[in-house]
Design a protein around this ligand. Structure first.
Ligand SMILES: Nc1ncnc2c1ncn2[C@@H]1O[C@H](COP(=O)(O)OP(=O)(O)OP(=O)(O)O)[C@@H](O)[C@H]1O
Length: 227
């Protein structure tokens, strides 16, 4: 494990009106590691994940990515960083329904300036890697939940991000499907060297992580090496 973490959250505080979601949350993510955020419902896991990924802005505290202060960046700078170096896999609604699965996976590359041909070539390779090349021409509404999640994983990894964030990535799947998605996801992330930060309730999903952080009452209480 390298000594310098890639992504660091320090003393994050964030409230939604009268609800304090994060109280004093600190956690570090190392390059290439898989970190699971666990803990009771409403403890602040998703909020922490969104702060780490630069989607939510904390009221206090700091998030540093590769030595750069995410919390101090302009929105445009943070969006550019998100597009090029971070990937996201969410449980629902992440695929564009009007596009085919192939076009969905190609989209981040197109947004980063790749030609249609190059983007489609990479997207095909990623769909194959996730064992869903057969649904390339279908729209998200025409595929199963498990296939959709694999397409979403392909889309998150296609830009070869340094960190991929996943919020309950297998939450809507049965255990067999969930298991396979996690296997493919973690193997692909390890192959590209991406770190993974995932929120999960399920011990069998957390079993794919290198470390588990337990979030309680808006704080990261314990961080342990898994296995
Ligand atoms: N957009 C929002 N507006 C208002 N309150 C919110 C919002 N997002 C989260 N909260 C509140 O902040 C607290 C932490 O929510 P968060 O979603 O981070 O918890 P969680 O640990 O991910 O929960 P779960 O495991 O149920 O998904 C909860 O009390 C939640 O109700």
């Amino acid at each position: 494990m390298p000594t310098e973490p890639l992504l660091v959250a320090e003393h994050l505080r964030l409230s939604f009106g009268a609800t304090t979601a994060l109280e004093d949350a600190s956690v570090a993510v190392h390059a290439g590691e898989v970190l699971a955020l666990m803990g009771p419902s409403g403890s602040g896991k998703s909020t922490l994940l969104h702060c780490l990924g630069g989607i939510l802005h904390p009221d206090a505290g700091r998030v540093t990515y590769a030595g750069r202060d995410l919390t101090a960046m302009h929105d445009s700078e943070r969006s550019a960083l998100r597009r090029s170096e971070l990937g996201f896999v969410f449980q629902f609604g992440q695929l564009v329904p009007e596009l085919t699965c192939l076009e969905n996976v190609a989209l981040p590359l197109r947004l980063n300036g790749a030609s249609r041909r190059a983007a489609h070539r990479s997207a095909s390779a990623w769909l194959e890697r996730l064992e869903v090349l057969d649904v390339a021409a279908k729209r998200p509404g025409q595929v199963s939940g498990g296939q959709g999640q694999r397409v979403a994983v392909a889309r998150a990894l296609v830009t070869r991000p340094r960190v991929v964030f996943a919020d309950e990535p297998t939450g809507a799947l049965d255990s067999l499907n969930g298991e396979r998605v996690m296997q493919l996801f973690v193997a692909a992330a390890r192959e590209t060297g991406a770190a993974v930060v995932l929120v999960t309730h399920e011990a069998r999903v957390a079993a794919y992580s290198d470390r588990e952080a337990v979030v309680r009452d808006g704080r990261v209480r314990t961080v342990e090496y898994a296995r």
